[in-house]
Write a protein that binds this ligand. Structure first.
Ligand SMILES: Cc1cc2nc3c(=O)[nH]c(=O)nc-3n(C[C@H](O)[C@H](O)[C@H](O)COP(=O)(O)OP(=O)(O)OC[C@H]3O[C@@H](n4cnc5c(N)ncnc54)[C@H](O)[C@@H]3O)c2cc1C
Length: 314
């Protein structure tokens, strides 16, 4: 791997990276996929995915199960793999470089698929209930909380948009916001106020989560008075949803190297960045929807574009 110059280097083995690997490998390009952890990226964290088109089970399928055949397809079409954490890049010449803890890797084109990591809510027991009541993605998990109570953490426009989306599924929805007032435009504030299912608790942070296997208790703290209040799920429900929208973070490695907006890489519809031969795909790029299906689509587009770039075509 070290010393070899690949046609394409793919950084990240989540859905975008694996789809890119499949398309690039199948197109006959030499491919190196670099992943620091296990394949699957964020989707590896979920116990239940039901919105990937054509998935083999529509109920009870884990992210890892969804991703395993993607890894196998990459292997079948000749993608090479290395397990390494990349900390720096050099996109200055026609041969691009990634520098990792274990070595240096080179290719004539690059697809950045490093995804985005959700910021945690920061309360006690949060990790225990991820996928068991705690979620960070309304489109992914709203359907699991149809007809149940939902709590949303966050007070900005993203949290409000997600709350409006989630309210269609919820019996009632409570927004929990640390600040004294929601940070919204008057129009969006009105949408929240006019929604009969939504109520807002300001000056409020989540302190603790509880329940059995599923989340059914949430203790909040008034940040001004320190007073603690515990909400419990209806006995018949046995669970409620807690959605955290406190922001996402992407890798800082490309700051000052690639054009970025709000921490995400800017691309065009061909996944081209501002540097020729460098593409970005999936959650790491500026995009209106961050899902497995869009990440895979981006990866496929980027891989096909690499092929054209290497042949001197647009
Ligand atoms: C809990 C949860 C549930 C979700 N549920 C759904 C759902 O039901 N349906 C749906 O469609 N989507 C769901 N999503 C969203 C979905 O997981 C993402 O949209 C998708 O995984 C994005 O794919 P990606 O390949 O762009 O990035 P990621 O999945 O984030 O993968 C990026 C990969 O890059 C690697 N990487 C990053 N930096 C480096 C580095 N410096 N060196 C080496 N490797 C690196 C990471 O280890 C990671 O494996 C969910 C997300 C979460 C967190």
């Amino acid at each position: 791997m070290e010393g070899k110059i690949y046609d394409v280097m793919i950084l990240g083995g989540g859905p975008a990276g694996l789809a890119a690997g499949l398309y690039a490998g199948r197109a006959g390009l030499s491919v190196l996929i670099i992943e620091k952890g296990i394949d699957g990226g964020q989707i590896a964290l979920t116990h239940g995915i039901e919105n990937y088109p054509g998935q083999s089970k529509t109920e009870g399928m884990s992210g890892l199960e969804l991703v395993a055949p993607m890894t196998e397809q990459c292997r079948r079409f000749g993608c090479e793999r290395v397990s390494d954490t990349i900390s720096a890049c050099d996109f200055g010449g026609p041969v691009k470089k990634f520098i990792g803890a274990r070595g240096e890797y080179q290719a004539r084109s690059v697809i950045v698929c490093t995804g985005a990591m959700t910021r945690s809510i920061g309360c006690h027991n949060e990790a225990k209930y991820v996928g068991r009541g705690v979620s960070y993605c309304a489109v992914c998990d709203a359907n699991f909380f149809r007809g149940l109570d939902i709590y949303v953490v966050g007070g900005n426009a993203i949290a409000a948009e997600e709350a409006i989306y989630l309210a269609d599924f919820a019996r009632k929805l409570t927004m929990l916001h640390k600040g004294g007032a929601l940070a919204l435009t008057p129009a969006m504030k009105k949408q929240i106020e006019d929604n009969p299912k939504i109520s807002v608790l300001c000056d409020t942070e989540v302190a603790d989560l509880g329940g059995g296997d599923l989340l059914s208790e949430i203790t909040v703290r008034n940040v001004k008075t320190g007073e603690l209040t515990t909400f419990k799920a209806d006995e018949a429900d046995g669970v409620f949803g807690l959605f955290g929208f406190t922001g996402k973070k992407t890798t800082a490695m490309f700051d000052g190297v690639l054009e970025m907006r709000d921490g995400y890489i800017v691309t065009n519809e061909r996944m081209e960045t501002n540097i020729p031969g460098v593409y970005a795909a999936g959650d790491v790029r500026v995009t209106p929807l961050r899902q497995v299906v869009t990440a895979c689509a981006d990866g496929a587009v980027a891989a096909m574009q690499c092929g054209k770039y290497l042949k001197g075509l647009k």
